[in-house]
Design a protein around this ligand. Structure first.
Ligand code: P61
Length: 472
């Protein structure tokens, strides 16, 4: 029988577009402000985008943390969340989802990622210990230091180079790690903290080969491997694209294998997991889990809810399954980031390349070469972009890097960036077009942007609440 339809004409070379695997059911109006209003708003916010009111923001690219749109299935889960103080059904649903998707058996639910980092650091780090990691993250390093440890950066050098096109800029430099082990001794290194899709490097992935080699090296020396699995779905996507043997594996399979090369994980569920609040510490060793639960009940809540309500756990359990249900989800997520990144690259805007998984990172040092590093170029660029168009990004440079605990001097990071972070399932490509045009406009008028100085500098995690004023 002749086929009615479905056979492509021979020689057809058409490549097809992809589209989001969802349609919009509920919308939230957003408001465009005037430039005059934005000039007043940013001054009132002390030139810190964290201190703006969200109603004064048009397109909010401050973060992809807790800003995802939940699905109808997740909202339905909110209605049936079990609010029992102890032993809630929603807790067991969450345990099942974490075990199926990540493969960890011991779950310690927390209110968000940093609470999991706090507990992990407290149970494993002793005064004077060293904790290597693939570039620092602000809250992770804070908790390591708070527990008496010293963070040591063992990421490959390419991660610090905005122009390097290395496909896995999140990789651990095994020579740097070996050198640290030789210098301080394995008994001074309780664990290595391996972050998937490294945030501060621009959302850059770690390869499976590197994860495996790191795990093997650490286990030879009795050092645990703790994954910061906050953005592992994005990382799995890049492995599928860039590490040939994984091309035909599903995101769900790749996720599980990533986690296989670890002894546990901290997760901020506000990212990959598609919820607005939540997080967890997951472990394999029941003894360690016992110690973690002892702290959980003191700092967060009973061990079967930690820092979450039943409805939060229910939405989270569903979000965890949804994020790997089809590969189309992550294709659309990372694809949207790439869409924005490519527009900026085409316009000649210096950004971190390859384009990362959760956002586009503007190279503020290259855009504002006339502003000295200690006048905070990225902070100034984020403020100028807001004034230009109401697009809110985040400083990821010298302000975020804080001060050296011993000398009191600024830490001078090699990367001085503004992060434009894309929330999941929230904005359309049209919002990306408007964002790209705004960035291009600011870059074309960059000579008009001046430096800033502190008027208030908090002692720790200063970027959140610091205030500035223009110099001159
Ligand atoms: C973010 F400006 N990230 O990217 P919690 N690990 C990793 C994260 O990205 C992360 C946490 C742990 C945020 C929120 C945020 O300096 C900042 O659930 C890789 O936020 O506690 C959070 O998870 C902590 C923004 C955090 C910052 C710290 O926007």
């Amino acid at each position: 029988m002749r086929q009615w339809y479905g056979v492509r004409a021979k020689g057809s070379r058409m490549t097809r577009s992809w589209a989001e695997p969802w349609k919009i059911k509920v919308v939230e109006p957003i408001r465009m402000t005037t430039k005059q209003e934005r000039i007043a708003a940013i001054a009132e916010a002390g030139y810190n985008t964290f201190l703006l009111r969200s109603e004064d923001v048009y397109i909010d690219l401050l973060t992809d943390s807790g800003t995802s749109a939940m699905s109808d299935q997740q909202w339905a889960g909110m209605m049936i969340g079990d609010e029992a103080y102890a032993g809630a059904k929603s807790y067991y649903n969450l345990v099942g989802a974490v075990e199926d998707v990540y493969g960890y058996e011991e779950l310690i639910p927390t209110h968000q990622g940093r609470a999991a980092e706090h507990i992990l650091s407290q149970i494993l780090i002793k005064d004077g210990d060293y904790v290597p990691g693939n570039m620092y993250f602000t809250t992770t390093r804070f908790h390591q230091e708070y527990a008496g440890g010293k963070f040591v950066d063992v990421i490959i050098d390419e991660a610090h180079d905005p122009t390097s096109l290395h496909p896995f800029k999140g990789n651990i430099d095994l020579d740097k790690l070996r050198k640290l082990i030789d210098e301080v001794g394995a008994d001074k290194i309780p664990y290595i903290s391996v972050e998937s899709n490294v945030n501060m490097a621009g959302g850059q992935p770690v390869s499976m080969a590197n994860l495996k080699a790191t795990y093997e090296l650490c286990h030879q020396h009795g050092i645990l491997v703790m994954l910061d699995a906050t953005r592992t779905v994005d990382n799995a996507w890049f492995i599928k694209q860039r590490e040939e043997v994984y091309a035909d594996k599903s995101i769900a399979e790749i996720m599980r294998e990533i986690c296989d090369y670890s002894d546990g994980a901290t997760v901020s569920s506000k990212k990959d997991n598609l919820v607005n609040i939540g997080g967890f510490l997951a472990l394999r060793d029941p003894e360690l889990a016992k110690q973690a639960r002892a702290l959980l009940v003191a700092f967060e809540g009973l061990h079967t809810y930690g820092g979450m309500s039943g409805r939060d756990m229910e939405a989270l359990a569903r979000g965890i399954r949804e994020m790997v249900e089809t590969d189309d989800h992550v294709r659309a997520r990372v694809g949207q980031v790439e869409y924005l990144g490519n527009k900026l690259v085409e316009a000649g805007v210096p950004i971190i390349r390859p384009v990362g998984g959760h956002g586009v990172f503007l190279n503020a040092k290259a855009i504002l070469p006339h502003i000295p590093h200690d006048e905070f170029p990225a902070q100034a660029l984020a403020a100028a972009l807001y004034v230009e168009s109401g697009v809110r990004g985040m400083e990821r440079g010298i302000v975020s890097a804080g001060r050296n605990k011993v000398t009191g001097n600024h830490n001078y990071p090699k990367l001085e960036l503004v992060r434009l972070t894309i929330p999941r399932r929230v904005y359309t490509q049209a919002h990306m077009d408007v964002t790209a045009e705004s960035v291009i406009e600011v870059v074309e008028n960059s000579a008009a942007v001046g430096g800033l100085r502190f008027t208030y500098e908090p002692e720790s995690l200063r970027f959140f609440q610091a205030r500035f004023e223009p110099i001159g």
